[in-house]
Structures are given as C-alpha cells and as structure tokens.
Design a protein around this ligand. Structure first.
Ligand SMILES: *Cc1c(COP(=O)(O)O)cnc(C)c1O
Length: 376
C-alpha cells in the first residue's frame, strides 16, 4: 500500500527529545525553542519568529495582532483550510471570500480590489501547495488601501517568491508544523513577525499577556500581566522534534522535490494528450514540493479515479470543500463577486502521495496506475 502521507522522521528526534527530558525542562520557551527561532530567523531572513502550538494558533495570533473591530472585513480565498477563516472570526473580523486563480489555486489578485469596502482591514493570502501568491500585486494593493497582509504560509515553509521566503513578505506570516506538512513537530507552527515594532506585542500575546520575554532578557526586573494574551508556546518536547527536522531540512526538501519532479515527468504525456492537467508553477516562485496534484476533467471522473487508485493500494485524496459553501462559512462570511473557479477547480483537484522518503519506485507505481485508469 502507498499511503497519502507519512509524517517525517529524520532519526535525530529521540536524541533531542532525550536531552529535553534529561534537562528536566519540558515546558516551552527553552533551549530548543530558541534554537528553532534563531534557525528560522537566519534561514528565512525574518525579523522575529515565535513557535506556536499549531499553524492555527499562529493565524490566531496574527489576526489578534491586526486588531479588528466589529464589522471589519478581511479578504481571503474560499479555497483554504478552515483555520484561515476561524482565525479571522476569532479575531473579530468578517471573512470576505474572493475567487481563486485556476493555475495556482491561490487567491486571484485581480479580484481583490473589487472586494475592498471602507470596512476592509486586511488580506489573508494562502500560498497553496507552497506556491506563492502574486505578492507584488497584493502588497501594492495593501499599501494603497492601508491594509494588513497576513500570509498563511502553513504549506509554504522554505518556498520563495522572487527570492524572498514565504511568510516574510506581508506583515505576519504563519507556518504549520503539523504531521502533514513538510517539516513537523507533531502539532505546532510558527508566527513570523516582519516589523520590529510589532515584536514586543507579539511576545506578550505569546506569553499569556505577560512581559516575561522582556524579563528573561533582563529588560524589566519583574514580569506581570500587561496586555491581552493566550498560551501559544509549544512544549520543549515538540520543539526538540522540530529541531531534528530543521537540521535535516535540505534533505527533506530534496527528497520531496525529487518525487515531485518524477511525478511531473511521468505524468506529462497524459497532460499532453489532454487527459489531465498538471500544476503550473509561475517562474518567480520556487516551491517546496509540499504537494503534487493533478486535475481531472470533472468531479465524477475524480471520484472514480480515487476508487480505482484505492483498489490498487494507492491513497490519493481531494482537498478543501470551499469555505463559502460550508455551514460556518455561510454564517460568518460572504463571497465577493462570482465563484467562477473556486468550486469548479476544487472539484477537479486530486492530490497524489507525497512525503519524505517516498521512493521513485512508488512514484512510478502511482503514475502507472493513473495511466492505467485513463487507458481503460
Ligand atoms: C495545515 C494548514 C493550516 C493549519 O495548521 P495546523 O498546524 O494544522 O493548525 C492552516 N492553513 C493551511 C493552508 C494549512 O494547510
């Protein structure tokens, strides 16, 4: 059987987790948390990184830092994970969904301006499959309308747009280290804070509303409750797991890219004869091979292909049900303009197995079965 996902394990996880246990400091904000922060700040050229208990928690922090008032609107794609929208709602904003582009499945930057009202406060972009949104255009719109930009880069760790790491382009960036993501810590994520003036507030939010981070640095002589906050920081046990992953980040990336490229090469003939569509990666985007998806002609064909692959021991899966058609999406948000691509394109999308350590033999097997399906 070829599973859809296998959580990444590099072999060093137990060593670092053992160190945490031996040091008798298993709560958060310790040695491994700091190592992970520094690694990401240096590697991604980020102002400040804070580990969180999940990608969702990082999004929650970002929205709370944006500071929405009742009635404030936030623009985001409908084709995304629920967390992107729940964080907007939790932060007090109203989600306004905008259609996606069919090529990258990212928010259509050309449709953003039409969705802006005098209540609009922020744009949340989702870098689907680790492929960047058209950030130059989006940042220009944000500047002209004075909007915050939050990057849901949950899938985009290590990817770049015109050489800049995803998560470091907007006001805040959010990573996920869930077991389904390229780099993992079980459950976890990180918030990237891109302006120095926001770092103090972010640290207070992170530390349950206290100025403990400042206290640890010796900037204040006692710590106390100073603002709103919550418990966002993960345990050192999780940070130690992530540290092992970061140490092998290049190797994990290379393994995924190799599988991705082999899929692309082997499935190109089916695309060339018009049976399926393959991902399109804009030239300014360097991606992290988070996902390999194909598009079938329509929903029924996808359903049949999923069953066919399952019969042959291959787990291929579809992805998001557009949020504007979900019960909570209808209750909390609204769609701006017309849904031309969101539903149509999401109905056709199928994700193939892709994980660290997936062998080329397995990729070949998946491609052979996809081909067999279309030759029936
Ligand atoms: C995974 C994911 C999240 C949530 O991350 P968790 O760590 O599971 O909370 C949010 N947005 C997108 C686009 C994701 O893929």
């Amino acid at each position: 059987m070829i599973p859809f996902n296998v959580p990444p394990v590099t072999g060093d996880e137990m060593k670092y987790i053992g160190k945490v246990i031996a040091a008798k400091k298993i709560s958060g904000a310790g040695h491994f948390t700091k190592l992970c922060h520094t690694w990401m700040e240096e590697r991604f050229n980020a102002e400040k990184v804070l580990l969180t208990t999940s990608g969702t928690a990082a999004l929650d922090m970002a929205m709370l830092l944006c500071g929405f008032a009742p009635g404030d609107e936030v623009i985001l794609p409908s084709y995304t994970f629920s967390s992107t929208a729940t964080s907007v709602v939790l932060g007090g904003g109203t989600p306004v969904f905008v259609d996606i582009r069919p090529d990258t499945m990212n928010i259509d930057e050309k449709k953003i301006e039409a969705a802006i009202t005098d209540r609009t406060k922020a744009i949340v972009v989702v870098h689907y499959a680790g492929v960047a949104c058209e950030m130059d255009v989006i940042m220009d719109i944000a500047e002209r309308y004075r909007l915050k930009v939050v990057e849901d880069a949950a899938q985009g760790v290590m990817s770049t747009y015109k050489g800049k790491y995803l998560g470091t382009i907007g006001d805040y960036g959010c990573y996920s280290f869930h077991e389904t993501k390229n780099l993992s810590m079980g459950e976890g994520g990180a918030l990237v804070v891109n302006h120095a003036e926001d770092v103090g507030r972010a640290e207070i939010f992170w530390e349950k509303g206290t100025n403990r981070s400042q206290f640890y640095r010796g900037e204040v002589d006692k710590y106390t409750w100073v603002d709103f906050g919550d418990s966002y920081l993960p345990s050192e046990l999780n940070a130690a797991y992530l540290w092992a992953q970061l140490q092998h980040a290049e190797e994990i990336q290379e393994s995924r890219v190799a599988a991705w490229e082999l899929y692309y090469q082997l499935l190109s003939p089916l695309r060339d004869v018009g049976k399926i569509e393959l991902q399109i990666i804009p030239k300014e985007c360097q991606h992290n091979a988070h996902m390999f998806f194909i598009k079938t002609q329509e929903l029924q064909e996808r359903t049949k292909l999923i069953s066919f692959l399952k019969e042959h021991g291959i787990m291929a899966v579809f992805h998001y049900i557009p949020l504007h058609s979900a019960p909570a999406g209808k209750r909390f948000g609204r769609f701006s303009g017309e849904d031309i691509c969101t539903t149509k394109e999401s109905d056709r999308l199928l994700r193939l197995p892709l994980y660290y350590g997936l062998k080329s033999k397995q990729v070949r097997e998946v491609c052979a079965q996809v081909e067999a399906f279309y030759q029936r």
